[in-house]
Ligand binder design. Structure first.
Ligand code: GTP
Length: 384
């Protein structure tokens, strides 16, 4: 089933842009995580002081003339103008990457105004882009929420995959008793997990990597994306963990049966069995539109404290509910098919070799789930 590939393919270069206060906080936390060499973190802000405190190697102060080193004062038009002023530098950074992740908080000036503009540069340069943005806590008031909703709407005109994580919902996934100061920090940890899960899934640290073309196909579905996370503690049933991920508050507002695709990132110790891996794919596939493409990346983390960590990102979800109506109607956005360059991504491991052999005796071995395209093609070539 799994083929072993030995060629050295260059890994795709991933740029993660953290824009505005929230975006910079998130990637600062991410900078403390073990990231593979192909991941570049880029802190982007109007606020020089916040940028100076950033842990990222690449920092870009946008709109020197526009805001004179201050923030955008919760004015998205200022954030937009600042990004426009620094378009050349942004373009240079985006050109260097093969795939772009962009994160930030909607509701202020810099992130709300600059993120859609940065996304438009990525689109212009034909780069796959995944945006992960927050919307404000309800205690932040109506005005911020209104700005945030407009920002998300604009972003959806530019990016195919927009994952909107309402801050209120992020906190719901955590323990109830949480101080206000901790609320931001803790919710950033979830943002950080999403970005880490995505980047490791398409990076070398993964054991079974997903093919970048498949990844692009899944993130390119028009509509909203949503995600769920869950942990399998030692001794817990895997199916319970899968259900927990699917029931996650971050996914609860969307109808998964309409999702056109899903990226599943599994982090596990080397004890994971092929049957477990297969049943994750099969269970998730059952929940989605029958034609949905489900791709799974597996990362072996020997020191993982729990049995397994699961992150599901479902994409291409239409927006039927009143809540989602604040988002751009996905059907009105013209499809951006075939706009990305084709790239190949492969990975090999002796462990995978062993697991592949074991898998042939496993009754669930034939379970249908998506196998990275490149691997599939090699299997076909070898008549497997
Ligand atoms: N989860 C999380 N959300 C944050 C954090 N900081 C800010 N936010 C959210 O993001 C929204 C925008 O805040 P900032 O990112 O600070 O604003 P900005 O984009 O820098 O805009 P200006 O300050 O006006 O230049 C806020 O309304 C909050 O809801 C953070 O550290 N974590």
């Amino acid at each position: 089933m799994f083929d072993l590939l030995t060629q050295d393919h260059p890994l795709p270069r991933i740029a993660v842009f953290g824009v505005g206060g929230c975006g910079c906080n998130t990637i600062n936390q991410l900078a403390a995580s073990p990231l593979s060499d192909n991941v570049q973190l880029v802190a982007v802000n109007t606020d020089a002081q916040s940028l100076a405190a950033s842990q990222c190697n690449t920092r870009l102060q946008i709109g020197l003339e526009t805001t004179k080193g201050l923030g955008a004062g919760a004015k998205p038009e200022k954030g937009h103008e600042a990004a426009q002023e620094s378009a050349a530098q942004l373009k240079e950074l985006i050109t260097f990457a093969d795939i772009i992740f962009i994160t930030g908080g909607m509701g202020g000036g810099t992130g709300t105004g600059a993120i859609p503009f940065i996304a438009s540069i990525a689109t212009e340069l034909n780069k796959p882009l995944v945006a992960v943005v927050t919307t404000p806590f309800s205690f932040e008031g109506h005005q911020r929420n209104r700005l945030a909703n407009n920002g998300v709407e604009q972003l959806m005109q530019q990016a195919n995959a927009v994952i909107v994580l309402p801050n209120d919902k992020l906190i719901e996934t955590l323990e109830k008793k949480i101080s206000l100061l901790n609320a931001f920090f803790e919710s950033n940890r979830i943002l950080q997990d999403v970005l880490l899960g995505l980047t490791t899934t398409i990076s070398q640290s993964g054991l079974i990597n997903i093919d970048l073309n498949d990844f692009i196909a899944v993130v390119s579905h028009q509509g909203r994306a949503a995600m769920g996370v869950a942990k399998q503690e030692k001794g817990e049933d895997l199916q319970v963990t899968i259900n927990n991920a699917l029931k996650n508050p971050l996914l609860e507002e969307v109808d998964l049966t309409h999702a056109k695709g899903a990226i599943v990132s599994v982090m596990a110790t080397e004890d994971i069995e092929l049957s477990q891996y297969n049943s994750i794919g099969a269970s998730i596939q059952q929940q989605l539109d029958p034609s949905a493409l489900v791709i799974i990346g597996l990362t072996i983390v020997p020191e993982l404290e729990c049995e397994l960590e699961l992150m599901i990102i479902a994409t291409g979800i239409q927006a039927p509910s009143a809540h989602n109506a604040i988002l751009a109607d996905a059907t009105t956005i013209p499809p951006k098919k075939d706009r990305f360059n084709s790239l190949e991504l492969v990975n090999v491991s002796d462990l995978l070799k062993a697991k592949s052999r074991d898998g042939r005796n496993d009754p669930s071995y034939e379970t249908e789930l998506d196998i990275p395209t490149y691997t599939r093609q090699n299997n076909l070539a070898k008549g497997l």
